[in-house]
Design a protein around this ligand. Structure first.
Ligand code: FA5
Length: 339
């Protein structure tokens, strides 16, 4: 019996020695096999010792087995912890979190806002879903008038639309202020059933409205010129071209000299590919129609005003040389990251 216990003692000593010399998880694994495996030392003890006749021996082997299991699992945690510490280098720089930035349309809107704030314009936002009165009828566009077809409007109800322009803000501003002076810049989303390289179904317009005693076309010209030089560059010039809008009289299109050919219309002795004529269209403008002043609750005999409505994406396109407006809303991060 003494000899038989001696065998367990010997294996215990061998195990302790093995454990001391173990430093990796692979070595722990091989000890697992050596002692606890099917052909391992502990199973061998069960085979060679008289466990059936002497339950004390069986108990002694099982106690040893539990000790081996505990010690191997403790050893495994130790070697894994120290392996982790070995690979943790505190001098390695952390992961840089990618920083977002304002979308280029938001940047442009901020730029526009800043320029007009310097002239004393107040930033406004008016509804994008609008009733027929503010959007058309009150702007001197009667029902069934052909001008309604121009704007390829999205209807959301019999009497409601997604605004195709920001001019609804004119009447809303007159109602809000009730009397002159009025000097607002309404920047908002607008919607039209159009899509190609220079049109998107959703785009932004910025609408200026100035109303006071004695406002005339020279004031419109001054503001237009100031904006064009501030946004596009001091060397740019503007001009008025006669046009028609129902809500302004007289009405104009404002053009700006092309930045590529400097307004000459020619590049290397051939017509400029960007503008062909030396001029690029900025957008519509005019003197507020007396009917619109009346509809806004103002007296056209006592005050007058000018208004303009231009495309945010379009001026961004003109300044940056973007070939296609749809890129702006493509969600392509490689494109957006450049701005
Ligand atoms: C108007 O919308 C008038 N309400 C402007 C106005 C306001 C005139 C006040 C007089 C007084 P127009 O339809 O031309 O005008 O559009 C104005 C500008 O919006 C265009 O010059 C262009 O820059 C931009 N625009 C029009 N449609 C689109 C579109 N689908 N995608 C991108 N920009 C567009």
């Amino acid at each position: 019996m003494g000899i038989k216990i001696l065998e367990i003692d010997q294996i215990t000593k061998e195990f302790e020695k093995d454990l001391k010399n173990t430093a990796t998880s692979a070595e722990v694994d091989s000890l697992n096999i050596k002692y606890l495996g099917k052909q391992g030392k502990i199973n061998h003890l069960f085979k060679i010792l008289p466990v059936k006749t002497d339950p004390q021996i069986g108990k002694a082997i099982n106690d040893f087995k539990s000790i081996v299991q505990d010690k191997l699992s403790t050893k495994l945690s130790e070697v894994l912890d120290s392996a982790e510490q070995d690979t943790f280098d505190v001098t390695v720089p952390g992961f840089e979190k990618p920083l977002g930035s304002l979308h280029l349309v938001s940047q442009t809107i901020k730029e526009i806002e800043t320029i007009f704030q310097k002239l004393g314009f107040v930033r406004r936002r008016y509804p994008e879903v609008e009733t027929d009165w503010y959007y058309a009828e009150g702007l001197n566009i009667p029902k069934d008038h052909p001008a309604r077809d121009d704007q390829e409007t999205f209807y959301v109800g019999d009497n409601t639309v997604l605004t195709a322009h920001t001019s609804n803000g004119q009447l809303r501003e007159m109602e809000l202020k009730k009397s002159p002076p009025i000097k607002m810049i309404n920047i908002g989303k607008t919607y039209r059933r159009q899509i190609d390289a220079t049109h998107t179904p959703m785009f932004h317009q910025f609408e200026g409205l100035v109303i006071d005693k004695g406002i005339n076309i020279t004031h419109l010209l001054g503001v237009t010129e100031y904006f064009a030089k501030s946004y596009f560059g001091q060397d740019r010039r503007t001009r008025l071209r006669p046009h028609h809008f129902q809500f302004t009289e007289p009405s104009f299109e404002i053009d700006i000299t092309c930045g590529v050919c400097q307004g000459t219309g020619m590049m290397h002795q051939i017509p400029c590919k960007v503008c062909k004529s030396g001029w690029l269209e900025l957008g519509g403008a005019g003197m507020v129609h007396p009917n619109v002043l009346r509809n806004g609750g103002l007296n056209p005999d006592e005050c007058s005003g000018f208004a303009f409505g231009w495309g945010v994406e379009r001026i961004l396109m003109m300044k940056s040389g973007l070939p296609d407006l749809r890129l702006i809303y493509s969600d392509d991060i490689r494109f957006l990251k450049q701005f």
